[in-house]
Design a protein around this ligand. Sequence first.
Ligand code: MN9
Length: 295
Amino acid sequence: MKKLYSALMTAFNEDGSVNLDGVRAMVRYNIDVNHIDGLYVGGSTGETFMLNMDEKKAIFKAVYEEANGAIDLIAQVGSLNITEAKELARYVTALGYPMISAVTPFYYNFTFEQIKNYYNEILADVDNKLVVYSIPALTGVSLSLDQFAELFENPKIVGIKYTNPDFYLLERVRERFPDKLLLSGFDEMLLPALSVGVDGAIGSTFNVNAPRAKREIAAFEAGDNEQALALQRESNDLIAAILNNDLYPTIKLLFKELGVDAGICKQPMSAPTPQMKAGAHEIYTRFFQNSGEEK
Ligand code: MN9
């Protein structure tokens, strides 16, 4: 069975500080209600690139404790500050995280050699597995098939979190590396990713839409492509509505509707406006209320 991971959010207080109770509540909801296979901690959805190292450590620790071995965990430790990335890699490995991930270094247009060194350096002093976090739309970094192959020369690099709409490349990676772990990162493109053979998916909207996504995966695995597509369409109506209302604040507002205090986002992300709250309530009424929380 292919795995479904939520990209964990970070709950913030009004003053921008991290609300660890809110983080724990989202972990609980993912385990108890979503029956999720795992969590991707410290990714884009976690607003990680706006946090300091102590905040990141506190989140990794709280999540590890709250999950208490019930689900898979992947810790995203990548940072433009490689000293921090290496320290976080050691920290989460010592905590017991069974897998880490690191975003491709961004902003400075690093060469591939530099990117490769970054990964090998992060892994140099930790005994752990790593999935490369590839998200060209946000990092500006696109890796080719041969470059993925070169990264895979390090045996600790076991896969990719692939957040990229290039399904030709994804198919080529799958074909060349049947044993690598490929996790799809765009929730609205789960079905095309399944069709080229990913091992699972990681996404922000699964925090509130995991049950439907799991039914889609089950339909796909049963060979019922028509049903899988119908479910992807339902999900995409929801995802389009969420994207239209401001992605991360809206997922937090939906959590609130579902009884989970997920706090707010950190600036420069938007604080929820009355209009966004009304929009989220409408989404909740349309997609959640009548179907008993999308079980
Ligand atoms: O983890 C997420 N990427 C970002 C992947 O948030 C940048 C996705 O789950 C998207 O949020 C989602 C909506 O576009 O597919």
